[in-house]
Design a protein around this ligand. Structure first.
Ligand SMILES: [Fe+2]
Ligand SMILES: [Fe+2]
Length: 177
């Protein structure tokens, strides 16, 4: 960015917070694939480094992302969506999935951390079952957001909304660090 960029109004395309949310979704799809590989390899053929990476993603990145959506993106979108968009119910449902997923995520993260540190799962079958339940559900969650919510956000949010969204996301990261 040029030095005098501050004197001009930034184009919303130059720094679109929706791209940040979409790239989190792309990483979450990779996380689900990694969870599937881990589940397939249980109990002995697991990549321990991958377990540690997924554990950290589940424990830190996912709750922050849910917070971004619930506290910043969804409220802005509820304000702008039109009744014919049918978004209210979808956003309600996604929000209730976040709460359940945060709980499962922290439980799974604990088990994966043990694996990552070289330990054995107390109950590999149960862990496999939990992993599969999680990634299957979460893939659907991301799919809904990518195909329904994000396109609608790109269509309906105004440049001012995007600025407000960016400010909130920055603020949450300052608080989290
Ligand atoms: Fe979500
Ligand atoms: Fe999301």
């Amino acid at each position: 960015m040029s030095e005098d960029a501050g004197s001009e109004k930034l184009s919303p395309l130059a720094r679109n917070p929706l791209d940040m949310i979409s790239s989190a979704h792309a990483l979450q799809v990779q996380m689900c694939d990694a969870m599937e590989r881990i589940a397939d390899g249980l109990p002995d053929e697991v990549d321990r480094r991958l377990c540690g990476q997924v554990a950290s993603c589940l424990q830190y990145d996912l709750p922050l992302h849910h917070h971004d959506e619930e506290e910043a993106l969804f409220p802005l979108l509820r304000k702008r969506a039109r009744p014919e968009d049918g978004l209210e119910e979808i956003l309600d449902r996604l929000t209730s999935e976040h709460a359940a997923d945060n709980d499962f995520a922290s439980e799974i993260a604990e088990a994966l951390e043990t694996l990552g540190q070289g330990g054995r799962p107390a109950n590999p079958e149960m862990l496999g079952y939990m992993l599969r339940g999680f990634f299957e559900r979460y893939r659907r969650h991301v799919q809904w957001e990518s195909t329904l919510v994000m396109p609608m956000a790109r269509l309906r949010l105004t440049p001012e909304d995007l600025e407000a969204l960016q400010a909130r996301l920055n603020e949450y990261r300052r608080q989290a660090s």
